[in-house]
Design a protein around this ligand. Structure first.
Ligand SMILES: Cc1ncc(C[n+]2csc(CCOP(=O)(O)OP(=O)(O)O)c2C)c(N)n1
Ligand code: SF4
Ligand SMILES: [Mg+2]
Length: 290
């Protein structure tokens, strides 16, 4: 008789490494919700890979017991895509900050989204570079004060991560708040369930360097998407991403649709072309020889 395997609890996903974020940092809440979502899905520790770039938020994979990949600044998405293409059977989850994913890594996001790579991306958006001590990021409001912009950020617009993801073809787009754990747990579980590219923007306040977008500010601003919101309607999702009620920020699942993933598309091509699974790669190298 086979021994029954015990269900993994949220705490079983934690590595022995103590999280070293500042007291009150929103990222603690994200870590808790990630553990809860992993446990809800019973993700096996040995076939789950958490990938990140560089930043306070990008430390998150250290605190998990799954496989992890702390890459270079802004390079989490291409590395994660490589892992998924090489081993489509693995669950690949990417973590990072607004600077990591929209400044230095901004060139990768559109292509991962439009190729519908089967990854879950969790962005911890604190509207600032936390790790490097409070410089403005692409999601900082124009005019806001940063450590090297004491007279205000001279930008005309900031990036709207939800609208950006929707425009580039992400098939799951949601927003949560680290101070609303139940909703965030539910959103992360749905994001992991989704087949295709899922993007979850989590407002995760940096108490140390962002004195404007604080926990209290988000608590007051956060409001659920209207009950009649149709998450299959891209135009409605874009409208709600751009036009929340004055002084408010919407949370919930903005958009979800099922489309072929990159791996499914590649498998379809392989099948159509009757590709040889054991092709000798040296032949491909020969094609490019002068
Ligand atoms: C190539 C390179 N350029 C710059 C840096 C410095 N750097 C490290 S983290 C970071 C920004 C982090 O901001 P964000 O991604 O928003 O993460 P947070 O710390 O706010 O969670 C920068 C500019 C670096 N590590 N590598
Ligand atoms: S500097 Fe900000 S983002 Fe970084 S750990 Fe501290 S509170 Fe969190
Ligand atoms: Mg940041």
């Amino acid at each position: 008789m086979e021994a029954a395997t015990e269900a993994l609890k949220a705490k079983d996903y934690r590595s022995g490494i103590r999280a070293v974020w500042c007291p009150g940092c929103g990222d603690y809440g994200v870590l808790n919700s990630v553990q809860n979502a992993f446990a809800a899905h019973q993700l096996p520790l040995n076939s789950t890979v958490c990938v990140s770039g560089i930043g306070c938020s990008s430390r998150l994979p250290y605190f998990l017991k799954t496989y992890g990949f702390h890459t270079a600044h802004g390079r989490s998405l291409p590395v994660a895509a490589g892992v998924k293409l090489a081993r489509p059977d693995l669950e690949v989850v990417v973590f990072g900050g607004d600077g990591d994913l929209f400044s230095i890594g901004g060139g990768h996001f559109p292509h991962i989204a439009r190729k519908n790579m089967d990854l879950t991306l969790v962005m911890m958006d604190n509207h600032i570079y936390g790790l490097t001590k409070g410089q403005s990021s692409p999601t900082s409001s124009p005019g806001s004060i940063g450590s090297i912009t004491p007279y205000g950020v001279p930008d005309t617009s900031n990036v709207n991560p939800l609208a950006y993801a929707l425009t580039y073809g992400a098939t799951f787009v949601a927003q949560g708040f680290s101070g609303k754990p139940k909703q965030m747990d539910a959103i992360l579980q749905e994001a992991l369930n989704h087949e295709g590219f899922s993007f979850v923007n989590v407002l995760s306040p940096c108490l140390t360097f962002n004195k404007v977008d604080t926990t209290d500010y988000f608590k007051a601003a956060f409001t659920d998407l209207p009950e009649d919101h149709d998450k299959g309607n891209l135009a409605a999702a874009l409208d709600r991403a751009f036009n929340p009620p004055a002084g408010k920020v919407y949370s919930g699942i903005f958009f979800q649709t099922r489309k072929p993933t990159m791996v499914e598309n590649l498998r379809a091509i392989n099948k159509k072309q009757k590709a040889d699974k054991n092709m000798d790669l040296n032949i491909a190298v020969d094609w490019f020889k002068p």
